[in-house]
Structures are given as structure tokens and as C-alpha cells.
Design a protein around this ligand. Structure first.
Ligand code: TYM
Length: 331
């Protein structure tokens, strides 16, 4: 058994995986593989909280797994699996539901956002979504959780629930820490730079999908909202320019100051095309590799079977402990 610390993260296989998901989370995943015992999950059960087309959901799930591999996740180093393949996630969520307060869940920003967007479908799952996320994390005795800034509140809830269980029943769960990148933790919409870039945005000009072709990326950048004035600097009153500079700086692995320096005296139009170029340079190879990987379904299924088996072993261990502590009779 490895004595490395455990790391867990997940992405929903919902619609388009965006440049925001990539910069805020996915691109960092492979960098942890040597230092941590990494577990990366495709959280399909979470996706069901918003109505899905079943055939499309199945397709998106394989696509996301292929994307994980194309972004450098190595099944020999990391455990890669689909959430619904390990039933312990849903089982632990039930137990943790009994120590989570309705008030806590109704205060979650993402619940409030999503319920205002999907008023015809404010289902229990949408509200309970964070408890399933808490279970994902706590099942594996996770020490570190790489996420974008929008998931910070869910991590705080995870820590609260872990503490609560540990104090009510004795030490059981590791209390995890978030890993939120210093730059790029909140990439904004290209069309409305005061809102987060989101895969569910109805305005497709607002997000770059990792499957967009080069021409689409250039077109979306051309129409990206900038600000009045012509200076290319990061500033509180320049949301559009600051967002594009952040994308440019993170993808080039340079600081914001270095990015600003590169664009002194440059027009907005040329600046936007330089941003488009670095996006294309980064994601075109990933897109192509993902398509190659996707063509070998047999290999993907093998990765999933192996991953689920490894995950189930770890998850069962924690869940058995939990069942015993709360007073359930062991099977
Ligand atoms: P999801 O699928 O919405 O997003 C996946 C990851 O991408 C980050 N992210 C962003 N980062 C920067 N800028 C953006 N515009 C942006 N949009 C999204 C998210 O913060 C996330 O890290 N609840 C999670 C999935 C989940 C999970 C977990 C994560 C379920 N269980 C356990 C970690 C651990 C979610 O919906 O992420």
C-alpha cells in the first residue's frame, strides 16, 4: 500500500468541458500523479441533477474519460473511474445526509444559482448534490482536492461534515484541504466577463469548449467582450481584458505582469488573436489525442473496470467503518 497522501477530484460529464474546467482544474491533474495517490472520477451521478439525454450522457462520459487520458492522466499511476460504478458513493451520501442540515444546503451558492436557472426542476438531487460530493471525497480518506474557485464552498461543507462525524462518532475521516490554483481559478465568460465561464451557458459565444475547432475558437475570441479604452492591463474595472490576460498568462505559464508587458501598445484585435493562438496551440493536440483514444473503446472499458475495482476496495474499507460506527450490523 502506498504511503503517499490521497488526492481526489472529479468533473461532471455534462455537455461541453470548457477552457474554464481545463485551466481551473483538469490541466493541473496530471501534475499531482507522482507526489500523490491520485483518484480522478467522472461524476455521472452528479450530472443527473439536471435533466440529461441518456444517450448523450453515455457519450459524454466516455468523452470525459478519453479527455482525462489525453490530458496526461495515466491509469498506471492514477485511479480513473466512473462514480456510478462504485455504489459506496451513494451509500455514504445517505449516511452523511443524516448529519447534514437542510439550512446548510439551501445556503449553497451553486444550489441557489442552479435552482434559479432550472425553476421547473428544483429536485432533491440538486439540493443534495454537495452531500454526494462530500461522500466522493471522504470515502477515500482524501487529503487534497484540486478544484476551481466555484467549488470552494462545497469543500468547506466537506470539512464541516467530516469534523461533525469525527466528533459525533470518533475519528473516521481525514479532513481534506482544497487546492485552488493561484491564477485561473475562475475563468469568466467571453461574452459576459462578470459571470463564470460555464459549460451550461446558453450563449455558446461565452465559452470555449475543448472540442471546438480552430476556426470556432478564433471566431469566439474575435467576438469576445473587451472593455472601453485601449490599454491591455489587468484591473478591477476591466473584466474582459483581465480575463483574456489570465487565459494568456496561465496557458503560457507566465505571470500577469509578464503578460501585460507582452501587449504594451498592441491593439485589442491583435491581442485577442494572440489569445486565440495560445488556446489553439494548447487544446488542438489534446482534442486530436482524445479522438484517437476514444476510438479504442475496449481500452477505455478496461481502464474503467480496473479503476472501479481499485476504487471500490478503498471505498468499502471506509464505508464498513462508517456503518459499524453508526450502529449498522455488518453484512
Ligand atoms: P464541474 O464539473 O462543474 O467542474 C469541474 C472543475 O472545473 C472547475 N471549473 C472552473 N475553474 C475555473 N474557471 C471556471 N470558469 C470553471 N468552471 C468550472 C470546477 O471548480 C471544478 O473543479 N461538483 C463538481 C464535481 C465534483 C467534485 C467532486 C470535484 C463532484 N465530486 C469531488 C472535486 C471533488 C463540479 O460540478 O465540477
Amino acid at each position: 500500500m502506498s504511503d503517499k497522501k490521497r488526492l481526489f477530484s472529479g468533473i461532471q460529464p455534462t455537455g461541453n468541458i470548457t477552457l474554464g474546467n481545463y485551466i481551473g482544474a483538469l490541466r493541473n491533474f496530471s501534475t499531482f500523479q507522482d507526489e500523490f495517490d491520485c483518484i480522478y472520477c467522472v461524476v455521472d451521478l452528479h450530472s443527473l441533477t439536471v435533466r440529461q439525454n441518456p444517450a448523450q450522457l453515455r457519450k459524454n462520459t466516455y468523452e470525459l474519460l478519453a479527455l482525462y487520458l489525453a490530458c496526461g492522466l495515466d491509469p498506471a499511476k492514477s485511479t480513473l473511474f466512473i462514480q456510478s460504478h462504485v455504489s459506496e458513493h451513494a451509500e455514504l451520501a445517505w449516511i452523511l445526509n443524516t448529519i447534514t442540515y437542510v439550512g446548510e444546503l439551501s445556503r449553497m451558492t451553486q444550489f441557489k444559482d442552479k435552482s434559479s436557472k432550472h425553476q421547473d426542476n428544483i429536485n432533491m438531487g440538486l439540493m443534495d448534490y454537495p452531500v454526494l460530493m462530500v461522500s466522493d471525497i471522504l470515502l477515500y480518506q482524501t487529503a487534497l482536492v484540486p478544484i476551481g474557485a466555484d467549488q470552494k464552498q462545497h469543500l468547506e461543507l466537506t470539512r464541516d461534515i467530516a469534523h461533525r462525524f469525527n466528533t459525533s462518532y470518533s475519528d473516521t475521516f481525514v479532513v481534506p484541504e482544497p487546492f485552488i490554483p493561484k491564477a485561473g481559478a475562475r475563468i469568466m465568460s467571453l461574452a459576459e466577463p462578470t459571470s463564470k465561464m460555464s459549460k451550461s451557458d446558453e450563449n455558446i459565444k461565452g465559452f470555449i469548449s475543448l472540442t471546438d475547432d480552430d476556426e470556432t475558437i478564433r471566431r469566439k475570441l474575435k467576438s469576445a467582450v473587451t472593455d472601453s479604452g485601449n490599454e491591455i492591463v489587468a484591473r478591477d474595472d476591466k473584466h474582459g481584458v483581465t480575463n483574456l490576460l489570465t487565459i494568456y498568462a496561465t496557458l503560457n505559464n507566465i505571470t500577469m505582469q509578464e503578460a501585460e508587458k507582452a501587449f504594451v501598445g498592441v491593439s485589442y484585435a491583435d491581442f485577442k488573436m494572440a489569445v486565440a493562438d495560445i488556446i489553439i496551440e494548447t487544446i488542438a493536440p489534446i482534442r486530436e489525442l482524445k479522438n484517437e483514444i476514444l476510438a479504442d473503446k475496449g481500452n477505455l472499458d478496461k481502464v474503467l473496470t480496473d479503476g472501479a475495482e481499485r476504487a471500490r476496495f478503498m471505498a468499502r474499507k471506509t464505508l464498513s467503518k462508517v456503518y459499524k460506527k453508526v450502529g449498522l450490523i455488518q453484512r
